[in-house]
Design a protein around this ligand. Structure first.
Ligand code: GRF
Length: 226
């Protein structure tokens, strides 16, 4: 991954909520597991705890309230400008709850990742844990994928699975998916991108020089991410 300016890839993170994924990414950058500089955090929610987390870590944190814009297109224009200003080599959506327009996705495609709390292609969209509980699925999990124009639809990179427990409630399942899976697979995926081992071209994820026909799994996690 050739970084644009400076000698390390530049990472920007988009958030909307509590920032647990941001926190995991920031910690991995701070301890060197992700060889990139976290240069900007942007949130569409001005009071998102994730923004305060970024400020407390001394990271440039920008609130871009989507309610301040007359249209989705206007918000995307402002978001695009704020991202461009950060000159990111990698953009990570981390609990970011806005659907990005095609133009913005096209500009950052192949360097934009998202984490989604389901075993994609199962359960794109919202309420994924609720849907897994209601369907009494025996396994569930989370997926890191490249962002393309489809909602939660881009090439999958890594997926973590866990066994559900009979009678487990949605909150407990969501917490296990977050703690046991999301907070491991996302820093790992960003670390691979920062080293240039994970790329995307023409809608195909490539890992260590070979096409990735199916998502990697928890077994592929490097020791420091387990
Ligand atoms: C996470 O479960 C993530 O998968 C989803 O949003 C939830 C909260 O994310 N996209 P965070 O605490 O803001 O990182």
């Amino acid at each position: 991954m050739s970084s644009s300016g400076g000698n390390r890839p530049r990472l920007a993170v988009l958030v909307s909520g509590r920032g647990r994924n941001l926190q995991a990414l920031q910690a991995a950058c701070a301890d060197g597991r992700i060889e990139a500089d976290l240069v900007r955090v942007i949130s569409n929610q001005p009071d998102a705890p994730a923004l305060q987390l970024a400020r407390d870590a001394g990271i440039d944190a920008l609130a871009l309230p989507h309610r301040d814009f007359d249209s989705r297109a206007d918000f995307d224009t402002a978001l695009g400008a704020a991202l461009r200003e950060a000159r990111p080599d990698i953009v990570a959506l981390a609990g970011f709850m806005r659907i990005l327009g095609a133009e913005l996705v096209a500009e950052f495609q192949n360097r934009m990742l998202n984490i989604h709390p389901s075993l994609l292609p199962k359960y794109p969209g919202l309420e994924t844990h609720q849907r897994a509980v209601q369907a009494a699925d025996d396994e569930h999990g989370a997926t890191v994928h490249f962002v393309n124009g489809d909602l939660d639809g881009g090439p999958c990179v890594i997926q973590g699975k866990l066994k559900t427990r009979p009678g487990e409630d949605v909150q407990s399942l969501a917490s296990r998916v977050l703690q046991d899976i999301e907070l491991k697979i996302y820093p790992q995926a960003v670390a691979w991108m920062a080293r240039g081992e994970l790329t995307c071209a023409r809608g195909q994820a490539m890992f260590k020089g070979r096409p990735l026909p199916a998502p990697l799994s928890l077994e592929d996690l490097e020791a420091s991410f387990r």
